[in-house]
Ligand binder design. Structure first.
Ligand code: 13P
Ligand code: SF4
Length: 353
């Protein structure tokens, strides 16, 4: 539930645009009727017993979004109530970064993790960028600091540095160019260098190294969600069900990727399922993505295991509503850091890959 804000707790954006009244969140028979069309598409993945808790928020958020001239960007790992019911734009990190650059709104509410909101702010310095929970971090972003990057540059003079977008703005500011899991190989090769430092994900670095002649110097970061999958569990799934297709995110360890029929970014995985329509698929990634794709591919059976990202799951409808009412939490980046970090992100976007 939203909590009243004291004046001292107001964000700059709330002082500029004002705080709104918290909407009525009662689930009345009238509201049930009004929201029935919104429930229909997600009824496969949201049980009827849960909908009364979501529906008042869905209605309130969509109304306040229009009132605030706000846009909601949501990552593919958001839960279906967010992904299908309140988001304006959904996608992987690359798509969200590109869409952020084009955003035609006063306010961006980033439903994803902190580095994604920072990327939106870098590309929209004049706009208000909000994240519904400041603690929505990322183990990869926590795995490396700007000082670590400076030390790497000293250890490997003249070697260009590519950073996965899952890093802080401070780290991006020390790097030559960003990449995402959609374009990592192309970004590395675009530099025309024989050797590249690639950070912070050791598994994505390993995946890239297998597909290019460029020598990759990797950092030792890992995603706490994808590192938990094991090749043994995938082998057991295939043994039990030989027809199953296994598709994996490149943040998984190499022996896990070796078991996969396809490896790609979250958008790449979604496209693969939509294009191939397997009878049964195991998406080796965050849990919510299977639910989100299942809404659009009723002919495909999704089997688990999957793992939850505790950071992504901090974003909820009540917190999104709080963001719109109180305009919190606002993303701010030191201008000197922002200028250099923006250059890293823009170099990637300008490659148009
Ligand atoms: P994508 O860019 O593939 O969406 O990946 C982001 C992420 O954090 C995966 O864990
Ligand atoms: Fe970070 Fe992993 Fe969560 Fe993606 S899934 S946000 S890489 S911790």
């Amino acid at each position: 539930m939203a909590t009243p804000q004291t004046d001292a707790a107001l964000t700059d954006a709330a002082r500029k645009y004002g705080v709104l009244a918290m909407p009525d969140l009662e689930y009345t028979p009238e509201l049930a009727k009004e929201m029935a069309p919104a429930y229909e598409p997600v009824s496969k993945v949201i049980p009827p017993i849960e909908w009364p808790a979501f529906a008042p928020y869905v209605k309130a958020i969509n109304r306040l979004k229009a009132e605030r001239n706000a846009v909601i960007l949501a990552h593919n790992y958001m839960t279906p109530d967010i992904f299908h019911c309140v988001a304006d734009i959904v996608g992987d990190s690359l798509q969200l970064a590109k869409e952020a650059a084009e955003a035609d709104a006063d306010i961006i509410v980033q439903c994803g993790v902190h580095f994604m909101a920072e990327t939106s702010k870098l590309l929209n310095p004049e706009k208000t960028v909000l994240i519904p929970d400041l603690k929505a971090g990322c183990s990869l972003a926590d795995a490396i600091t700007a000082a670590d990057v400076r030390a790497l540059r000293e250890a490997y003079p003249g070697v260009p540095v590519v950073t996965y977008v899952n890093t802080t703005a401070e780290v991006k500011a020390e790097c030559d160019i960003c990449c995402t899991s959609s374009n990592a190989v192309q970004v590395v090769e675009s530099l025309g260098a024989p050797k590249v430092i690639f950070l912070p994900d050791q598994y994505l670095a390993n995946y890239v190294a297998k597909q290019t002649d460029v020598e990759i110097i990797a950092w030792k970061g890992e995603c706490i969600v994808h590192e938990r999958f094991t090749a043994d569990e995938l082998k057991a799934t295939r043994e039990a069900d030989p027809g199953v297709k296994i598709i994996a995110h490149p943040e998984c360890p190499p022996d896990v990727l070796a078991e996969a029929d396809f490896t790609g970014s979250t958008n790449g995985m979604i496209k693969w399922v939509k294009d191939h329509r397997p009878a049964k698929v195991l998406m080796v990634t965050e849990c919510s993505m299977s639910d989100n794709v299942a809404v659009e591919t009723p002919d495909v059976e999704f089997i688990r295991p999957c793992n939850l990202c505790p950071y992504m799951k901090r974003i909820t409808l009540p917190k999104i509503l709080d963001s719109l009412v109180y305009l919190k939490d606002e993303i701010t980046i030191d201008p000197a850091v922002a200028e250099r970090a923006r250059a890293s992100v823009e170099r990637m976007i300008n490659l148009k890959i």
